[in-house]
Design a protein around this ligand. Structure first.
Ligand code: NI
Ligand code: MN
Length: 236
């Protein structure tokens, strides 16, 4: 069975093998480019890379509506439990969680992680642990969602360890890598396919996705709402 990726805009995805659906960083309600509403999303798992509002997004509502399990750092998982979320799988950088679709491993990201609380515009940020990337193994394919991060040399080490076929790479600049740095990252990660993310959501992270054109890698530039049924030949 093939896997499909649905880009929800910004860093948000649905990843499915036809049996299981994992939402990653499901930021929908306040996401100006999102085409899907939270109530239209069905998922069994929610993976969260870090605590910023544009990644936690609709996780609480989505978890409750779907009785979905949140996979996140210990701090985020504890916060979710405090908000009434029933199923959580806490982990941390270097850790791996076995699931019924495969596994999720937590990898380092160079960024920050706090949450301003449930009142929009709140200034009291809650510490949400270390930011992470997520390696998601589903149906025998490994997808590296880099989270928000700078490029770092140990992306080559992560490549050796996990050998991801698909990399989801932030290119927006200012808060993460820009297209030039993201291409350096892809050179280290050496996936078969790369998808640019975390750009054109707001003016400060406007980019031309065509500037992200890593060498020797199939680049899938996705519009919010687009579904990519991954051709198995691309990742073989
Ligand atoms: Ni962030
Ligand atoms: Mn972000």
């Amino acid at each position: 069975m093939a896997i499909s990726l649905t880009f929800l805009g910004h860093s948000a995805f649905l990843i499915s093998d036809g049996k299981h659906t994992i939402a990653i960083d499901p930021f929908l309600t306040d996401n100006p480019v999102a085409t899907m509403k939270s109530e239209d999303v069905t998922c069994q798992y929610i993976g969260i890379t870090h605590g910023h509002f544009d990644h936690i997004g609709d996780s609480i509502e989505l978890a409750k509506a779907n009785d979905a399990c949140i996979i996140a750092t210990f701090e985020i998982a504890s916060f979710m439990e405090s908000q009434g979320v029933q199923k959580v799988e806490p982990a941390n950088t270097g850790g791996r969680i076995q699931t019924d679709f495969g596994w999720v491993a937590f990898t380092q990201a160079f960024h920050s992680s706090s949450y301003a609380g449930l009142s929009a515009g709140g200034t009291e940020g809650v510490y949400m642990g270390m930011p992470n990337g997520l390696m998601i193994n589903i149906d025998g394919t490994t997808i590296y969602h880099c989270g928000d991060t700078d490029v770092f040399g140990d992306m080559a080490l992560l490549r050796d360890i996990y050998q991801p076929e698909i990399a989801l790479v932030p290119i927006g600049g200012r808060f993460t890598m820009d297209p030039a740095l993201a291409m350096r990252a892809v050179d280290l990660i050496k996936p078969k396919c790369a998808v640019p993310i975390h750009y054109n959501t707001w003016p400060p992270i406007e980019q031309d996705a065509n500037d992200f054109a890593p060498n020797g890698v199939h680049t899938q530039r996705m519009k919010p709402g687009e579904v990519w049924d991954v051709d198995p030949a691309l990742i073989a």
